[in-house]
Ligand binder design. Structure first.
Ligand code: UDP
Length: 475
């Protein structure tokens, strides 16, 4: 609106696809809100190139490129994204991104100087893995906010778990966290790396450093809706003593889909009755274990329901390796294809199109937050199979909302996936029974609620955005 203060908002995501995608959506949201805002998207050359070429952005959005030298940290030259690395290199990568601080500092110095001469306010919005941006904001006396691309509950618990290491001393199955005495965490919700970490290894030290700095931010924007997790938003705001602004769901953005494959999938879906197909995906970068793939396949076969499975080589293989039949029960893929029971996606699936198709009835998901929002936005109930990170805590939110049953946990490590359980849960969620009917009804209710969060200024996420702008104007 006209009377709104003019801002220069600097958007700086971590260098990973999911984060960049979320921040692209955030930049569009801010630009659509007020085209007079100056918005600068900060990243490294490769990412800027791909965001630019996606032509998602109005030309009014500026880019600022930071020079990045991963090879100085022992990483392969030209590495600009986690997608190029092995899991064991993630911490090295996190360290390497800290080397962007001097260049970011120079940039903010120039932005702050320029803004002072134009009567504009500067606001930085950055990422939980870039806690050091808080130091830069403080140095130039500009506001700093963190944008959480996860749920509020999941993100906050994940931060707290790394800040409060170690967890090895907790002998009981359940424990709580110092900041959040009301939250009950089960040991099985923690990946081994986190559970066994004594707090002195490189990943603990660097994550704790970044996360502690994040807790000193001025406010947190979250890609969530108040209606999904009001009580958790209140809990986190109270504990951190800063405002939390839910501004979600922000969906879509960069996620590419090959158009030919998309057409083929949609045509395949068209062959099936409404709400009959199960969609299975573990996100953009995860794989599961070989034996878990076998059990899942047998469970799907026993469930007798049609499915689309975004399938990758099991853990231990390169995701880009050619897919081998031996990773599935003998003749499984061929048989399922012939019977039109199974569609196997060996690349990138058009997930949003699949979830919005009327034939899709449920989503077996690792419960990454983007997948969750996309599923709920289409009114699809979820079968939870969280792998790590904050995913197990996203499941907590979903179970409380009544739209999810958890089928397995820690699927990546040593938990068992049982074919009988897969078949039972699929039947429970998709079949003609009271619990299933209730879940499907709830998922539709939540879809309708989510459609309304932007409707007018009094609606939750529209209010969240307006309040954020008022807040950065006041500091
Ligand atoms: N995605 C997709 N096709 C795929 C795999 C993933 O479009 O084959 C998209 C999906 O729609 C979602 C994102 O990638 O937007 C995955 O994000 P999420 O937070 O669910 O999980 P992550 O990949 O970060 O673990």
């Amino acid at each position: 609106s006209m009377e709104e203060q003019n801002f220069h908002i600097v958007i700086f995501p971590y260098l990973a696809h999911g984060h960049i995608n979320g921040f692209v959506n955030l930049a569009s949201l801010l630009h659509n809100r007020n085209s007079n805002f100056t918005i600068t998207f900060v990243s490294t050359p490769h990412h800027i190139q791909s965001v630019r070429s996606s032509s998602l952005f109005s030309s009014a959005i500026r880019f600022h490129s930071l020079p990045f030298f991963p090879e100085l940290h022992g990483l392969p030259p030209n590495t600009e994204s986690l997608a190029d690395l092995k899991v064991s290199q993630f911490v090295t990568f996190l360290h390497a991104t800290k080397s962007l601080q001097p260049a970011f500092d120079d940039f903010i110095s120039a932005v702050a100087f320029d803004a002072a001469s134009h009567g504009t306010k500067v606001a930085i919005v950055s990422d939980i893995f870039l806690g050091w941006t808080v130091e830069v904001a403080r140095k130039y006396r500009v506001s700093h906010s963190v944008f959480l691309t996860t749920s509020c509950y999941g993100g906050a618990v994940f931060l707290s778990l790394w800040i409060n290491l170690p967890h090895t001393k907790t002998t009981s199955e359940w424990f709580s966290l110092p900041e959040y005495p009301d939250v009950r965490i089960h040991r099985s919700q923690l990946r081994k790396g986190l559970l066994m970490s004594d707090g002195t290894n490189l990943s603990s030290i660097s994550l704790k450093r970044e996360f502690l700095l994040c807790c000193k931010t001025d406010s947190i924007l979250v890609n969530t809706a108040e209606e999904l997790e009001q009580k958790w938003i209140d809990m986190v705001a109270k504990s951190l003593q800063i405002p939390i602004f839910p501004i979600g769901p922000l969906i879509g953005g960069l996620n590419p889909a090959s158009p030919t494959e998309a057409t083929e999938i949609i045509e395949w879906l068209d062959l099936h009755p409404p709400a009959s197909v199960l969609y299975i995906s573990f996100g953009s970068q995860n794989s599961i274990q070989k034996n878990q793939m076998l059990e899942l396949a047998l469970g799907l076969e026993a469930s007798r329901r049609p499915f689309i499975w975004v399938i990758r080589p099991p853990l231990g293989f390169n995701v880009k390796d050619e897919f081998k039949d031996e990773w599935l029960p003998a003749g499984f893929e061929k048989r399922m294809k012939e019977e039109k029971r199974g569609f196997f996606v060996h690349g990138w699936a058009p997930q949003i199109a699949i979830l919005s198709h009327k034939s899709t009835g449920a989503f077996l998901s690792h419960c990454g937050w983007n997948s969750v929002l996309e599923s709920l936005n289409s009114g699809i109930p979820i079968i939870g199979s969280p792998i790590g990170g904050e995913q197990p805590f996203n499941v907590t939110i979903l179970v409380e909302l009544g739209v999810c049953v958890e089928v397995a946990r820690g699927i990546m490590e040593n938990s068992e996936v049982e074919k009988e359980k897969v078949a039972d849960v699929v039947e429970m969620v998709m079949g003609d029974n009271e619990k299933g009917r209730f879940m499907r009804e709830r998922a539709k209710e939540i879809r309708d609620i989510m459609k309304k969060v932007w409707k007018d200024e009094s609606c939750s996420s529209a209010k969240g955005l307006a309040e954020y702008l008022k807040f950065i104007n006041s500091i």
